[in-house]
Design a protein around this ligand. Structure first.
Ligand code: ZN
Ligand code: ZN
Length: 184
């Protein structure tokens, strides 16, 4: 990832909060996110793994309710934004699944790696692709936290409802969204 000539968007600290049982390669993904988000937003730290709230689990669906987890996230001292990362599969209200969710103009966001893995689609693992997808979803949800809505440009804030749409969008904000962020 080349960020040469790209100024930090803001002076803020993103805290990555891993939750629940993690896959073997997830720590490496978290470290990649830390390095990338630090370059983008100013500072980033990976917090100690916390438990997933059991009451967020829906046994009939075999999935966790993303909104309930989001609301349970603690904003630790020194963190401007907390980004929950889970390997569990997430759903929300009327949606069969979500890649992530965020509080608009809030402090908290969450992403799931479950459907970002090639294995989910019966394909061979691809860790670099997983990292890139995780970065896109992380930047997208943090964008919502910072007040950005979905965007139709060639932009990380494009709405993605399938893994193809995740792969098609870039990992960075378009000029319009960048201007909005810098103006906030
Ligand atoms: Zn979105
Ligand atoms: Zn945009």
């Amino acid at each position: 990832m080349d960020l040469n000539g790209f100024d930090d968007l803001r002076e803020m600290k993103v805290c990555i909060q891993p939750l629940g049982e993690l896959e073997e390669d997830t720590p490496e993904v978290l470290e990649f996110l830390r390095e990338s988000l630090k370059k983008l937003f100013g500072d980033c730290e990976v917090l100690k793994v916390a438990e997933l709230p059991a009451y967020a689990y829906n046994p009939a669906r075999g999935q966790y309710n993303s909104t309930i987890i989001l609301e349970s996230l603690k904003v630790e001292k020194g963190c401007d934004v907390v980004l929950g990362v889970v390997d569990a599969d997430l759903y929300a209200d009327n949606l069969n699944f979500v890649f992530g969710e965020a509080e608009m103009f809030g402090r908290r966001a969450i992403i799931s790696l479950a459907r970002l893995r090639q294995e989910f689609y019966g394909l061979n693992p691809d860790r670099d692709l997983l990292k890139l997808r995780a970065l896109k979803e992380a930047v997208h949800e943090i964008g919502h936290v910072l007040g950005l809505r979905h965007c139709r440009n060639e932009c990380v804030m494009r709405f993605s409802n399938s893994i193809l749409e995740v792969d098609e969008k870039p990992w960075l904000f378009c000029e319009e969204c960048l201007r909005r962020l810098r103006g906030l």
